[in-house]
Design a protein around this ligand. Structure first.
Ligand SMILES: N[C@@H](CCC(=O)N[C@@H](CS)C(=O)NCC(=O)O)C(=O)O
Length: 204
């Protein structure tokens, strides 16, 4: 398998999960602006959507979309327990978090990446994100991870997306539980390794 990624982008989440699961996969860096990979390929031919992550499988197939890639990787190493058992209530809860993270948090950051963002657009985007982060904060009170006591794929994704808050100067000081959660995740051995592999510093 090969993961197409861009440092610090949402593709960091599948890398964290691949490391946590002990999966031996290759990595190919994508220049999103020019749509070329470090290996010299035209990335838009690999993923016509033009965005990372994309996972190339042994079969020749390409998987895209963060929640699906995360689910696929976790299912390759069930003993790592990064996703509850298929059909269980807990699995649907984790999937709910994956979808929330993708649709509400990840995409909530989109206007902020588009430069230059008009001040009103930034204000609106930050205000929406603050509400969603407050919801995460509330849910995390009294539990270690989004799905409960155990780290799952949803945490890798949520951690990755929330790490962008610092870059965009979004104040998280009102979300104490989220800050503790970010710190907890950033101390995991495999998370540190993943950040290091992408040349990133510790986030929280
Ligand atoms: N829905 C997609 C969103 C992926 C996405 O937004 N990726 C960003 C990086 S975090 C990207 O590649 N942006 C560049 C672009 O879309 O041109 C997914 O879940 O994979």
């Amino acid at each position: 398998m090969k993961l197409y990624y861009s440092p610090g982008a949402s593709s960091l989440a599948p890398r964290i999960i691949a490391f946590e699961a002990g999966l031996d996969i290759e990595y190919d860096k994508v220049d999103l602006r020019t749509q070329t990979t470090a290996s010299g390929r035209n990335f838009s031919r690999i993923n016509p959507k033009g965005h990372v992550p994309a996972l190339a499988l042994q079969s020749g197939g390409i998987l895209a979309e963060v929640p699906v890639i995360l689910e696929y990787l976790a299912d390759q190493a069930p003993s790592a327990l990064l996703l509850p058992k298929l059909g269980s209530w807990e699995r649907y809860q984790v999937k709910e978090w994956l979808d929330f993270t993708g649709a509400e948090l990840h995409k909530g950051f989109d206007p902020l990446w588009e430069a230059p963002t008009p001040p009103n657009a930034r204000e609106l985007a930050v205000c929406r994100l603050q509400k969603r982060i407050a919801y995460v904060d509330q849910c995390l009170r009294g539990q270690l991870y989004l799905g409960g006591p155990r780290f799952t794929v949803a945490d890798a994704y949520c951690f990755t997306v929330l790490s962008w808050a610092r870059f965009h100067r979004i104040d998280l000081t009102g979300h104490v539980t989220v800050l503790e959660y970010m710190r907890r995740i950033s101390t995991r051995q495999m998370v540190k390794r993943a950040l290091q592999a992408e040349g990133l510093s510790i986030v929280a």
